[in-house]
Design a protein. Structure first.
Length: 320
């Protein structure tokens, strides 16, 4: 039995921060729920986009390292992030994305789910997946996207491996996943009974070289645990199957443990709390630069090195 309950967040590498904000808040209609900095590199932002309340499992986050070269496709990386939208939404989303000049692929069906693949402004592979699964979700009233079409949270991630066997062993024995289905070379693993936010897709590509981090690529995938005790238990389970991890790291809004799965993709275990409202009120989320307490003494220096961000312009109802 595993203490891991689903996807907590996904963090990717972006180009210029303003372009990232314009895409995720302005086009996708997600709420910027936390504007902070990379705690290991305070010279860049750490931007968190989520639902109206910033539920764990809804946030897609970014390090805008505009100086980095474009990442390289390949194995050992998380190569696509899927976002959950309500059933029947893809017609709306296809029209909206195309209206804003976003390149989309053809709609496909994956594991019985209607899916629209596309790429973000900096080349990150994304997909919108229709689902009727129950989700923790709070609408964002300031979104340019109507409530009935808003993104509900993270649905799944897709990883490519040169050798799937060691990763499969870790997923099953160290993290509590079970194999639920196979389709077109992909294996779908699930936590518990599966469903939106609790699945992971993996493919084996033995003749494909290792990919590389860079702009437009996923940095890491974080998996949810309820609290500190569950995190320690999950860390012990990883150690019991021979996986090395970091110590528990306090990220202020949650606590984290990091490790690499055997193929090379970076994973994290993150607690659900204390959450984003520990230092901002619900109505003010994402409006100010928020620093964890240990970085506050350097606020003036940090702020001088960051570009000013401007909220995307509001859309009229006729253009939504």
């Amino acid at each position: 039995m595993s203490n891991i309950t689903g996807i907590h967040h996904v963090t990717a590498i972006a180009g210029p921060a303003q372009e990232n904000l314009d895409f995720y808040a302005g086009i996708l209609g997600m709420r910027l729920v936390k504007k902070s900095v990379n705690q290991d590199d305070p010279s860049t932002y750490h931007l968190f986009y989520a639902d109206g309340e910033g539920h764990a499992g809804s946030d897609l986050t970014f390090f805008p390292w505009a100086h980095m070269p474009r990442g390289r496709d390949g194995t050992g990386l998380t190569n696509e992030v899927s976002l959950a939208v309500p059933a029947g939404s893809l017609t709306y989303w296809t029209e909206r994305l195309q209206k804003h000049g976003v390149k989309t692929g053809a709609q496909v069906t994956r594991f019985g789910e209607r899916t629209l693949p596309f790429t973000d402004v900096h080349g990150l592979a994304l997909a919108l997946v229709e689902t009727s699964d129950a989700r923790e979700f709070t609408p964002w009233n300031g979104s340019p996207v109507p409530v009935e079409h808003q993104i509900r949270g993270l649905h799944t991630v897709r990883i490519s491996e040169r050798n799937i066997a060691p990763t499969e062993k870790l997923l099953k024995n160290g993290m509590g996943f079970t194999l639920k289905a196979e389709e077109n070379g992909w294996k779908r693993y699930a936590l518990g009974e599966g469903g939106s936010g609790r699945v992971l897709d993996v493919e084996e590509l033995p003749n494909v070289a290792r990919g590389a981090w860079g702009t437009g690529r996923v940095h890491h995938v974080a998996w949810r645990v309820n609290d500190d005790a569950a995190e320690l238990a999950a860390r012990k389970q990883l150690h019991d199957v021979g996986t090395q991890t970091t110590e528990v790291i306090d990220r202020f809004w949650f606590k984290s443990v990091y490790f690499s799965e055997p193929g090379g993709a970076l994973f994290e275990i993150a607690t659900d709390g204390p959450g984003f409202e520990i230092d901002e009120s619900a109505d003010a989320l994402g409006t100010q630069l928020i620093l964890p307490p240990w970085l506050e003494p350097a606020r003036a220096e940090i702020e001088k090195g960051l570009p000013v961000l401007v909220a995307p312009m509001a859309e009229s109802p006729a253009t939504r």
